[in-house]
Structures are given as structure tokens and as C-alpha cells.
Design a binder for this molecule. Structure first.
Ligand SMILES: [Mg+2]
Length: 386
């Protein structure tokens, strides 16, 4: 079997309402953008992958840095192709969706979902609703009650208000309204912010420590990204100083950064993402390092439906993964908008668990017709060669 054709398409899909995520202060998103990858073999097997919102950079990464060296290769030779992606990641942007497409092909050829080929651990995982926007307590409580009605038993709230005093008062308000009826995580998103108007200020160690102590008292499940991504010393100090688990690592890059984070004790929970961090099978090596260090590996999943599907396969084959991030924050970020490229959106069941699909490959059915109206640019290796 050989890789015969690669296409990459930038897709811009309008959101039902503008999204104002905490990680892009002052910016409003009217649409969600991704680069969808379609890899076809000479046997006619098609694998799908996706890169996050990087527009033309994502397209050029595939056309100029991945396709010239991956075309003609056996798609089963994932370890042979991985260095091509790593090299592309240095000069380009997030090529990891290509490995997702390879495993989609391998699973389809084998007639099995990838997680079962990797050694399955579970068929369903407890999901937490991962919210995006900074709201008032009243608005948050309303959103949580709607999520509870959908089956969710846990939710991750955002912290990034002008002061930590306001962030702590917000979580206190939410906790006193919902009591023990929902588990709460919090994400401070202090590792970086997306390109946005700002403000671009970050917490100091003393801020992170004060918030961690307050969250611990409020029975919060974990505190995520309380310090800058590369503040290895501060993160390790914080983990040592508090009992509440510290989570992070969603946008660290490559296996060696994760080894360093684990070796230095920067996080209790490692949150790599196969759309942003490394290829989906390569991240199994990070999950294994975490397992050996008695740490949890719970992937970050905030990109799009294909990224969520691939991270779900990874999570289902990972013994030290006990939660699954489910990005949802209606009315702007709905499962239908997140998963518009799939035949149906992922949902949670009445107990708040997400089931791992039995469909071969990445456990998803891709809907080309649904995507077609939203394609803004395409690169096709076959057209480029003619
Ligand atoms: Mg996060």
C-alpha cells in the first residue's frame, strides 16, 4: 500500500454565535477555521486528519514540507514518516493531523478502530464539559444547569479576569450555587494567549499559589496552566507546595519537552494534544512516560471534531487517563459547530460518559458534502503534479 494522493483544505465554518474564549482576550471569533487533510492510498483507502486554526500556514506546511516526502510511502510505516512531521513542525505549523490520517487508513485497512489496535483500555470515558468564555456567576450557573441536563457531571471553568480576587470570587460563587452536584476543574490559561488584542499579562508565582490554595479549599479537581509554559521551576515548586493536582502541557511541542516536564515534576496531569503537540501514536510514548512517573495523561482536545476523535482514540488506549475533555460552550461553541465535518457530532450519555466509536480507523465518519460549502482554499498533490 502506498500514499498516492494528499489534499489539504482550509475550512472556515460560521459559528451560530460569536465566541469570546478566555485564551484570546479581547478577540471575538465569528467562525471556526481548520485545515482538513485527506490522504488516499493506491488501494483507494482514504484517511482523514485535521490541523488547528492556522489557515494558509497549515496548508503550506502540508504542501511544501510534508507531501513531497510522504507521497509514495507505505502508510503503515508510521515511525518512518514521523520524522518528516517533526521536521515540518520546526519550520511550519502543526503537521500532526497527518499521523491521524495514517492511523485512519491503517484502522480502515484492518477493519478496527485505532484504540483497539494499540491495546484498548476502556470503551467509554467520563467527560467534562470544557467551557471557553468568561461569564458572570449567574450566567455560568445557567450554562452548567443546561450541561447537567445533557448528562455532564463535571465542567471546567475559565479563570482570566482582571484580578485573581475576581477569579476566586467567581469559583466561590459557582461552587456555592451548584454545591457537590458537579465536579469542577479550572483553567487559568496562563501558559500563553492566542493572537488577540489582549491584555497579555500573566500571573506571578504568588498569584498561582494563592489561586491553587483557594481552589483546593473549594474542592476543585485540578488547576490548569497556572504559570507560563516554560516556567519549569515555578511549576515544579507549585506542584510541591499544594495538594490540588496541577495540569498543563497542551501546547508544548515534541516528545522531549514532555520528557522534561515529567522529569522536572512540572505537572501532575500531562495534557498533550495530537492536533498541537505530536502525532497521535507518538503521544502514546508521552503517556507511557507519565504512567511510569505515576502521573495522569489526559489529552487536551480543543481544536475540532477530527482532533477530538483522534484524542479520544488515544485516551481510550491510555490506562492513566480517567477524564476526557469535551469542548462545549453554547450558544457559540456547540457540538454541531465543533464536529461539522463529521456525519454526527460526539455526545455524552446520560451518565456523562463519552463512548469510543467502533468505526474503523479514527472512529468517525467524515462528511465531505457537509464540508464542501465552507472550503476557502485547497491544495491537491495530484493537481500540483499535473
Ligand atoms: Mg487548557
Amino acid at each position: 500500500m502506498r500514499i498516492d494522493r494528499i489534499t489539504a483544505s482550509v475550512i472556515r465554518y460560521p459559528l451560530p454565535r460569536p465566541l469570546r474564549p478566555s485564551w484570546a482576550p479581547g478577540r471575538e471569533f465569528g467562525s471556526t477555521t481548520c485545515t482538513l487533510l485527506e490522504v488516499t492510498t493506491d488501494d483507494g483507502v482514504v484517511g482523514y486528519g485535521a490541523a488547528p486554526d492556522t489557515g494558509q500556514i497549515g496548508l503550506a506546511t502540508i504542501s511544501d514540507m510534508v507531501a513531497p516526502y510522504a507521497l509514495g510511502k507505505d502508510p503503515f510505516q508510521v515511525e518512518e514518516i514521523s520524522p518528516i512531521l517533526r521536521n515540518a513542525a520546526r519550520d511550519g505549523s502543526y503537521p500532526w493531523g497527518f499521523e491521524t490520517a495514517l492511523w485512519d487508513i491503517i484502522g480502515k485497512a484492518a477493519g478496527m478502530p485505532a484504540y483497539r489496535l494499540w491495546g484498548a483500555h476502556k470503551r467509554r470515558i467520563r467527560a467534562y464539559a470544557s467551557l471557553a468564555e468568561l461569564t458572570s456567576v449567574e450566567e455560568q450557573v445557567e450554562r452548567l444547569s443546561a450541561l447537567k441536563a445533557l448528562g455532564f457531571t463535571a465542567a471546567k471553568l475559565r479563570l482570566r479576569r482582571p484580578s485573581i480576587r475576581e477569579d476566586i470570587a467567581f469559583v466561590e460563587g459557582v461552587r456555592s450555587a451548584v454545591g457537590d452536584s458537579m465536579e469542577l476543574m479550572v483553567d487559568a490559561n496562563q501558559a500563553h494567549v492566542m493572537p488577540s488584542p489582549g491584555p497579555h499579562n500573566f500571573w506571578r508565582f504568588e498569584d498561582a499559589l494563592a489561586v491553587a490554595r483557594a481552589m483546593q479549599d473549594l474542592g476543585v479537581v485540578w488547576l490548569e496552566e497556572p504559570l507560563h509554559r516554560y516556567d519549569y521551576g515555578g511549576l515544579a515548586r507549585l506542584c510541591d507546595a499544594v495538594d490540588i493536582p496541577i495540569a498543563g502541557g497542551e501546547l508544548n511541542l515534541g516528545l522531549h519537552e514532555y520528557k522534561l516536564l515529567i522529569d522536572r515534576g512540572c505537572y501532575d496531569i500531562i495534557q498533550a494534544d495530537c492536533a498541537f503537540s505530536e502525532g497521535v501514536f507518538q503521544l502514546r510514548k508521552v503517556a507511557a512516560l507519565a504512567e511510569l512517573a505515576y502521573k495522569r495523561f489526559i489529552p487536551h482536545t480543543w481544536s475540532n471534531g477530527v482532533g477530538l476523535a483522534a484524542n479520544l482514540q488515544l485516551a481510550a488506549a491510555t490506562p492513566n487517563c480517567d477524564w476526557f475533555e469535551f469542548p462545549i460552550d453554547p450558544p457559540a461553541w456547540t457540538p454541531a459547530a465543533r464536529d461539522f465535518m463529521l456525519d454526527r457530532p460526539f455526545e455524552v450519555d446520560a451518565d456523562g460518559y463519552i463512548a469510543v466509536g467502533d468505526a474503523p480507523g479514527m472512529g468517525m465518519e467524515f462528511d465531505r458534502e457537509a464540508v464542501a460549502p465552507y472550503v476557502v482554499a485547497t491544495w491537491d498533490s495530484r493537481e500540483a503534479a499535473s
